[in-house]
Design a protein around this ligand. Structure first.
Ligand SMILES: C[S@@+](CC[C@H](N)C(=O)[O-])C[C@H]1O[C@@H](n2cnc3c(N)ncnc32)[C@H](O)[C@@H]1O
Length: 250
């Protein structure tokens, strides 16, 4: 691939040790690569990496992996991480390969931010990063007790995702339909506050941001409320003005 608009990009990818061209080599051994036993957080579809760079700046006690299939954008994040000396490994590839790169239970937390909504539901639903096919992959690499944090501006995708998580046996907590305006939110992790590049654009336009945290059920002893409410898209939109937070205390 040639980088016509970024003449520096190929050299950056060739020389930046944070860029991992052969992620499968570290399967089951990522903590050795990071040279510590700290938790590993992975962002899927990181784009230009603004979020993961800020997260790594604020969370020095964690290791970060950023996955993005478009090399033209991931290179910007890899450069920023190198310049700031941050602990992030960048992987250019498709999320469908995650189980080839990471061993069972190797990841503590997954972030999915503003993934493509693929609006034609019947034709493209399988491409959504919250489709059950992807959730099954995330389950394999997530540690027991690990979680997935998801943000989007798209109510249709949010509704779809709630039901995919539910059908796939995940538990949902801290579900909010208007992250930055909700008044009764509990103390959330830094990722709720740190805005991605897309999020900043949507938030500036006054659009609500939807967010949830999902964790995999382990046996049937985990207490909590399963998110099995099925919303028709129109019903969900009608509900929005009144519902700022559906919190399932686990
Ligand atoms: C709409 S952008 C959002 C970027 C960033 N997360 C943000 O919020 O600013 C979605 C990104 O996900 C990437 N992406 C989509 N599907 C992917 C997949 N299957 N594997 C890896 N990256 C993917 C796209 O290339 C794109 O950069």
């Amino acid at each position: 691939m040639r980088f016509r608009k970024k003449p520096w990009a190929q050299n950056e990818l060739d020389t930046n040790r944070r860029f991992v061209p052969d992620p499968g080599e570290y399967k089951g051994k990522w903590n050795q690569r990071f040279e510590n036993a700290n938790p590993i957080y992975a962002e899927i579809g990181c784009g230009r990496g603004r979020f993961v760079v800020r997260m790594a700046e604020e969370t020095p006690g964690a290791n970060f992996v950023a996955v993005e299939r478009d090399r033209k954008v991931i290179v910007t994040g890899a450069r920023a991480a190198r310049e700031r000396g941050l602990n992030i490994a960048f992987i250019s590839g498709d999320a469908g390969c995650l189980a080839e790169w990471f061993g069972a239970g190797e990841i503590d937390r997954i972030f999915i931010n503003f993934c493509d909504p693929w609006p034609n539901k019947n034709k493209w639903a399988k491409r959504r990063l919250t489709h059950q096919n992807y959730l099954n992959i995330y389950k394999k690499i997530l540690k027991s007790g690990g979680s997935l944090h998801f943000k989007t501006d798209n109510p249709g995708l949010f509704e779809f995702s709630i039901n995919q998580f539910s059908d796939n046996g995940w538990r949902l907590r801290n579900v909010t339909f208007d992250l930055h305006r909700a008044k009764n939110l509990p103390q959330l992790d830094a990722d709720a506050r740190i805005m991605t590049e897309y999020e900043e654009k949507y938030a500036e336009r006054g659009l609500p941001i939807y967010r949830l945290e999902a964790s995999v059920l382990s046996g049937d002893k985990v207490p909590g409320i399963r998110a099995d409410t099925r919303y028709a898209p129109t019903a969900l939109r009608k509900t929005l003005p009144d519902v700022t937070l559906v919190q399932c205390n686990i």
